[in-house]
Design a protein around this ligand. Structure first.
Ligand code: 5GP
Ligand code: ZN
Length: 105
């Protein structure tokens, strides 16, 4: 948990979100500014800044997040989708809590 992190606040419930999935490790919610008909984010509950800050200890969590993408996309009615992970300021990352974008439709 990072005090000034918007996604940590969504995870704690301090900021509301349109949640589509939650378990002990992960949360998924609709992007506030959708770039497609369906656009949601899969976010680990652990505060990790970006893919760049991940190491072997995050391997299982990363695998879990990627496997959730097709499952949740199907539940959202998508037959195909794009996944995007922006990493670092120069990679277009704006929220420094790791997340996977899933877009389609
Ligand atoms: P990034 O550029 O860091 O990969 O993407 C951050 C994403 O988070 C953006 O698509 C932005 O619309 C979304 N976002 C930022 N703040 C909030 C928020 O408070 N709630 C939700 N649901 N999405 C947010
Ligand atoms: Zn965070």
């Amino acid at each position: 948990m990072s005090d000034d992190c918007i996604f940590c606040k969504i995870i704690s419930g301090a900021i509301p979100s349109k949640k589509i999935y939650e378990d002990k490790d992960v949360i998924a919610f609709h992007d506030i500014n959708p770039a497609a008909k369906v656009h949601f984010l899969i976010v680990p509950k652990l505060h990790v800044e970006s893919l760049q800050s991940c190491d072997a200890t995050h391997q299982q969590l990363l695998g879990k997040i990627l496997l959730l993408a097709p499952k949740l996309a199907t539940e959202q009615g998508l037959k195909g989708f794009k996944t995007i992970i922006n990493t670092g300021r120069e990679g277009g990352q704006e929220v420094f809590h790791l997340h996977v974008h899933v877009l389609g439709g």
